[in-house]
Design a protein around this ligand. Structure first.
Ligand code: FMN
Length: 139
């Protein structure tokens, strides 16, 4: 079974996590409620971007779990849409010996009025496509 874990402060990355999870036929899980690291399958891990980094709870989750040799597909949303959260998670994961098999990111609504409507339908469709591709290539 594949797994989707995410951290989302304001709900944008949660939407993306739900789209990916639905595509995979699993439930997305809030990393704050996760009990340890699932031991099987491909891991999809996502976060919003806060000061160019993933959420603190997500960073702690990565720090506290043994990810050596695990295949991870990353996703994220941010105000700039630049994917800094994904880059930061990728660097952490690589330093822990995980294999980052791919990543996907989009803009997310920020500070009430910026990027209204993001992630939008096209961006969520892109996330679904990403999920399918990752499983086809690595499942
Ligand atoms: C405290 C805070 C810090 C943020 N820092 C950044 C940032 O450094 N770069 C950026 O592009 N967006 C930044 N944003 C915008 C968020 O990354 C964007 O709204 C994202 O979609 C939030 O995801 P979430 O709804 O899953 O929490 C910040 C938002 C908040 C609330």
């Amino acid at each position: 079974m594949n797994h989707v874990l995410y951290y989302s402060m304001t709900g944008n990355t949660k939407k993306m996590a739900a789209a990916i999870a639905a595509e995979l036929g699993v439930e997305a899980r809030d990393v704050r409620k996760a009990t340890g690291l699932p031991q099987d399958g491909l891991l999809f891990i996502g976060s919003g971007c806060y000061g160019d980094k993933p959420g603190e709870d997500l960073a702690k989750f990565l720090a506290n779990n043994d990810l050596a040799g695990r295949k991870v597909a990353l996703f994220g949303t941010s105000g700039a849409g630049a994917g800094k959260e994904v880059e930061s998670m990728a660097a952490t994961l690589k330093s822990k010996g995980a294999v980052v098999v791919g990543s996907y990111h989009s803009k997310g609504k920020a500070f009430v009025i910026v990027n209204l409507g993001h992630p939008n339908k096209d961006e969520l469709d892109g996330a679904r496509r990403f999920a399918r591709e990752m499983v086809t290539q690595n499942g």
